[in-house]
Design a protein around this ligand. Structure first.
Ligand code: PLP
Length: 390
């Protein structure tokens, strides 16, 4: 009998696993050796060559989850991003990028590319026409990130893919916010998918890692630069990441459900001025999100009504922790103005629609009723404080 295609959670649990022939243990053994015997010229095992047993096992799992042919695991999301970009860009080339990018990616481009002689253009709107207007004869790469941080705006992936194919341009996407549970860009025609595995793939706020997934041909080009730049991940963390991904599907499904309910609740709350979540029909990009996403993710943002103090609100939260990162099993919150986007000028934040009263919530796997209760009690406290001040 022909075996059926494995389902997502089966891939998360088993794909690539190393079978423990010696002791018949249930999980992949961990190989921490940095030194392996010479077998042949082709198989020179060494951690910086991205080919230890644990790295190879995890790469199989991640490639399968993102529907790619091959993948590489890096020491951080930024190592994955910088290596991928530099592998496809040379002196005299041009790249078009969405303006609303993770700050580290934008800084890499703005602070480093000039010295390599690589030209770049940022696109202010996320519609396909905006990208088209920036394309030049020497454009080699279009780079997008959707949903975006912190307003969860959506780039039309298929629109960008069509445009890029017409112009013979490589497409790259940062798929961190969606995770492979909610969005598989390779199925939509994207060439290279990148993750900060520090976020949903890791999912427990205890791993720093990155991943790139693509065709074997593209991964070979990235690999050639990767071994020279040396951004591989230690095998202990590789093993932890393999373990974390076993629950990726379960975690993100719960985060999706929680986020949808909490976004709907916030939208009707009298103390809330605005909610940004692609799963809401009121979200301006909801239709595009519905077309290209399988779920809407665990990230949402909202604004308190004018006059309500976001710092006091965050301090009053008992369950939801104030935190700079995201995508853990625990719910966390931050103010983009004070943290992730503090390096932008007031004007730049305004251009991107980031108001001072905006809060970005990373929804965890707790019970949604407990999260709603936490937000409600904090809102009630700041309302009382606000009225006693008057
Ligand atoms: N991409 C996104 C969307 C991120 O949020 C981050 C980090 O916050 C990165 C990339 C960079 O990843 P790392 O911190 O693992 O280098």
């Amino acid at each position: 009998m022909k075996s059926p295609q494995k389902g997502f959670n089966t891939i998360c649990t088993h794909e690539g696993e190393i079978i423990d022939e010696q002791f018949k243990g249930a999980i992949s053994p961990i190989y921490l050796s940095t030194s392996y015997a010479f077998e042949d010229v082709e198989t020179k095992r060494y951690p910086r060559y991205f080919n230890t047993p644990n790295q190879e096992a995890l790469c199989k799992k991640i490639a399968k989850l993102e529907k790619g042919e091959a993948s590489l695991i890096f020491g951080s999301g930024m190592a994955a991003i910088s290596t991928s970009l530099l592998a496809f860009l040379q002196k005299g080339d041009h790249i078009v990028l969405q303006r609303t990018l993770y700050g580290g990616t934008a800084n890499l481009v703005k602070q480093e590319f000039e010295k390599y002689g690589i030209e770049f253009s940022f696109v202010d709107s996320q519609n396909t026409k905006g990208f088209e207007e920036k394309i030049k004869k020497n454009t080699k790469v279009i780079y997008i990130e959707t949903p975006s941080n912190p307003l969860l705006s959506i780039t039309d992936i298929m629109g960008v893919v069509e445009l890029a194919k017409k112009n013979d341009i490589i497409t790259m996407i940062d798929n961190t916010f969606a995770s492979p549970v909610n969005q598989n860009p390779i199925e939509l025609g994207i060439d290279i998918v990148i993750h900060s595995a520090t976020k949903y793939l890791g999912g427990h706020s205890d791993i720093l890692a990155g991943a790139v997934i693509s065709s074997k041909k593209n991964m070979d080009i990235i690999f050639q630069l990767a071994i020279n730049l040396g951004g591989s991940l230690s095998d202990f963390t590789v093993w932890m990441l393999e373990r974390s991904i076993k629950t990726l599907g379960l975690r993100v499904q719960q985060q999706n459900k929680n986020a949808q309910k909490i976004a709907e609740w916030l939208e009707t709350h009298p103390e809330i001025a605005a909610v940004y979540y692609p799963g809401l029909t009121s979200h301006p990009d909801h239709k595009i999100a519905k077309k290209q996403m399988k779920g809407y993710g665990g990230m949402l943002s909202f604004e308190l009504k004018e006059g309500l103090d976001i710092s006091i609100f965050q301090k009053e939260l008992k369950l939801i922790k104030s935190s700079m990162s995201l995508a853990g099993v625990e719910s966390t919150i931050l103010s983009p103005t004070l943290t992730s986007h503090s390096l932008l000028t007031e004007e730049e934040r305004k251009q991107q629609g980031i108001k001072n009263g905006l809060l970005r919530l990373s929804i965890g796997i707790e019970e949604k009723e407990d999260l709603i209760h936490d937000i409600e009690q904090a809102l009630q406290k700041i309302k009382i404080l606000d009225s006693t001040l008057i």
